[in-house]
Design a protein around this ligand. Structure first.
Ligand code: SF4
Length: 240
C-alpha cells in the first residue's frame, strides 16, 4: 500500500525496535512455550491445500535462493507477487474492487510487497503432490521458513499459532528447541527484510478513487505488478 515518507519512517523505526527486541528473545523461552502448547505434525496436508483458510506461503529471499539452488526450477517458475487476500479476491472477481484500490497506482499497476509460492489452479501449493502418504511436499528438505515453522509464528515478539490439527500433542524437549530456533530465525529474517523494503521503497501515486475503474481491464488477460522487496522494485506481468 502506498505510504508517504513520514509514515514510512514510523514503520522503519518500529521494525528496527522490533528487531532489537527479537534479538533479546531466548530460544529456551520460546521452546518451553511451544512445549506447553504441544505440537505434532499429522501430515494431513491441510496447511498446503486450497480449501484451507489461507495457504499462501510468503517467501523470504533466502527461501527463493534455497529453492532455486536445490531444484531444477528458476525463481520465475515458482514465485508470484505476494498480494493480500482481499486483493486476490478482487482480482478473481470474488469480492468487489474496494480491496484492490489501495494497491493500485494511477496507471493501474498492482503494487505488492514481497513474493509468495505459486499455487495450482484449484489452490493447492505448487509443490504439493500425492505420494505414499495422502499428501507429500515435493521440496520437503528445503521447504520455505514459513512451512518449516507452521503453525507457529512470532508477532510483536509474542508466540502465536495458526489453525492446525496437530496442536495440543506432546512434543519432545529437543524438537521444541529446534522449532523455537527456526521460529525465531524466521522472525528476525522477516524483520530484516521489512527494514530493507522500507529503506528502498519508492513511493507511488495511488489511483484517484474518484476516477471510475473497471475490473474488465484485468479480465482481458494480464495483471501488471510492481513488487517492492529488499532489492528494490521489480515489474512483473502475470496472466490471470
Ligand atoms: S512448500 Fe511444501 S510444506 Fe510448504 S505449503 Fe508447499 S507443499 Fe506444503
Amino acid at each position: 500500500m502506498s505510504f508517504p515518507d513520514q509514515y514510512k519512517n514510523l514503520l522503519l523505526e518500529y521494525a528496527r525496535k522490533e528487531l532489537h527486541k527479537a534479538s533479546e528473545l531466548k530460544v529456551e523461552t520460546i521452546g518451553s512455550q511451544i512445549r506447553e502448547i504441544g505440537f505434532l505434525c499429522t501430515q494431513c496436508g491441510s496447511c498446503c491445500r486450497g480449501y484451507h483458510s489461507d495457504n499462501r506461503v510468503m517467501l523470504l529471499p533466502q527461501d527463493i535462493l534455497n529453492l532455486s539452488k536445490n531444484s531444477s526450477l528458476s525463481a520465475a517458475e515458482f514465485v508470484l507477487p505476494f498480494i493480500a487476500a482481499e486483493v486476490e479476491d478482487a482480482l478473481n472477481g470474488i469480492s468487489d474492487l474496494s480491496g484492490l484500490i489501495p494497491y493500485l497506482d494511477k496507471d493501474g499497476n498492482v503494487h505488492s510487497f514481497g513474493w509468495m509460492l505459486k499455487r495450482k489452479k484449484h489452490g493447492d501449493c505448487f509443490f504439493l503432490e500425492r505420494g505414499d502418504l495422502p499428501y507429500k511436499c515435493a521440496i520437503y528438505d528445503f521447504r520455505p521458513a514459513l512451512c518449516q515453522t507452521y503453525p507457529f509464528y512470532l508477532e510483536e515478539c509474542e508466540l502465536h499459532t495458526s489453525e492446525c490439527e496437530g496442536l495440543g500433542s506432546s512434543i519432545s524437549y529437543e524438537d521444541s528447541l529446534l522449532l523455537a530456533r527456526l521460529v525465531l530465525k524466521r522472525y528476525m529474517l522477516e524483520l530484516e527484510e521489512r527494514i530493507l523494503v522500507y529503506q528502498r521503497y519508492e513511493h507511488f501515486e495511488p489511483m484517484d478513487t474518484n476516477v471510475g475503474f473497471s475490473l474488465e481491464r484485468f479480465k482481458k488477460g494480464h495483471v501488471f505488478y510492481i513488487v517492492h522487496d529488499s532489492e528494490g522494485t521489480h515489474r512483473i506481468c502475470e496472466r490471470m
